[in-house]
Design a protein around this ligand. Structure first.
Ligand code: HEC
Length: 305
């Protein structure tokens, strides 16, 4: 009971709005609003962030399990069956839902992490404020979940033998929907820089900015640039000496698995979904290099490292 309370408290902490806590109590947690900072629901700046220093060499495989309540005419499946991540590495995964019926349906989901004892270490980063969600007739959408597994799991003797985690969601039909969100905001669309820009603002910007170095190097003008070449940023030796030139192809491989593409590189984040990678790369392609004086000014304000 205590553990469950602590877990709910952690999740609740991800959302700023106090009102959300009442909702959490009634439904547990669910659908993730990747775009909640855009809609002003808050939480983005207060979200859990990955502590780069705490990243661990240990990996776990997170697999995804989905279900709908009996009789609910939704197809609901994970886009990827499983991902293997380092502890502390942020990963963005997707789920697909489709309303197979001829009428609108509002659903809500519950989630569950097994084994139970690792639930505490499974952290979702986006503002996972729970709402009811509406899918129109035969509408199909992709829903993002952004998570990491807390490296503190290593220190927990109860969890040393855990190498596999299962994240399960079950959708239920809401019989008395009120204030349902329209899932169309997660709709499938061709790769485009505008959605890439939202993705960048939502996930990459925790570590990157366009015009100054932060946790990661600045990304203005990254396309066409040699990897590891922004002045004043303390790159890993691996990336600095990789000889990679950033273009759509190399960026795609990098974002799919940085340590796989450049062994020894230190970006603690990957984006397993190919469509979203194309979106964000399309956005990176629109960014122009920033003037040296901007760099100098921001380097003076905030020395990297
Ligand atoms: C949790 C922090 C974090 C997140 C989130 C993150 N990155 Fe990074 N990124 C880094 C770090 C740290 C490096 C430097 C890696 C090294 O030196 O090996 C890096 C390096 C890069 C580079 C290489 C740049 C260069 O100058 O060679 C690119 C490109 C990049 N990131 C793109 C992205 C994109 C696009 C996203 C979002 C989809 C993203 N990153 C999300 C931390 C992050």
């Amino acid at each position: 009971m205590f553990r469950r309370f602590r877990f709910l408290a952690t999740v609740a902490g991800l959302c700023l709005a106090v009102g959300v806590m009442t909702t959490l109590v009634s439904y547990s947690v669910t659908l993730y609003r990747l775009f909640c900072q855009v809609t002003g629901a808050g939480g983005y700046t207060q979200r859990a962030t990955v502590d780069t220093a705490a990243r661990s060499d240990r990996t776990v495989t997170v697999s995804f399990n989905t279900d709908v309540a009996p009789g609910m005419p939704w197809r609901f499946v994970p886009v990827q069956r499983a991902v293997t991540v380092h502890l502390g590495e942020e990963s963005l995964v997707f789920f697909e839902a489709e309303n197979l019926s001829d009428h609108d349906i509002v659903g809500h989901a519950t989630f569950n992490v097994t084994p139970d004892r690792v639930g505490l270490y499974f952290k979702k980063i986006q503002c996972f404020c729970f709402t009811e969600e509406r899918l129109g007739t035969h509408q199909k959408v992709e829903m993002p979940v952004d998570f990491f597994v807390d490296p503190r799991m290593v220190a927990d003797r109860d969890a040393t033998d855990v190498h596999d985690i299962v994240l399960s969601y079950t959708f239920f039909e809401s019989l008395k929907p009120k204030g349902a969100e329209n899932l169309a905001r997660f709709d499938n669309r061709p790769p485009d820089p505008a959605s890439g820009r939202v993705l960048f603002a939502t996930v990459c910007s925790a570590c990157h900015e366009v015009d100054r170095n932060k946790v990661g190097p600045m990304l203005g003008g990254v396309v066409g640039r040699r990897a590891g070449s922004v002045p004043g940023y303390p790159y890993s030796t691996a990336l600095a000496q990789s000889g990679v030139i950033w273009d759509a192809g190399t960026l795609d491989q990098w974002l799919a698995g940085p340590q796989h593409f450049v062994p020894g590189a230190e970006m603690p984040f990957s984006l397993p979904d190919a469509v979203r990678r194309r979106d964000v790369i399309a956005y990176l392609e629109t960014l122009t290099p920033h003037a040296a004086k901007d760099q100098a000014a921001s380097a003076a304000k905030q020395p990297p490292g």
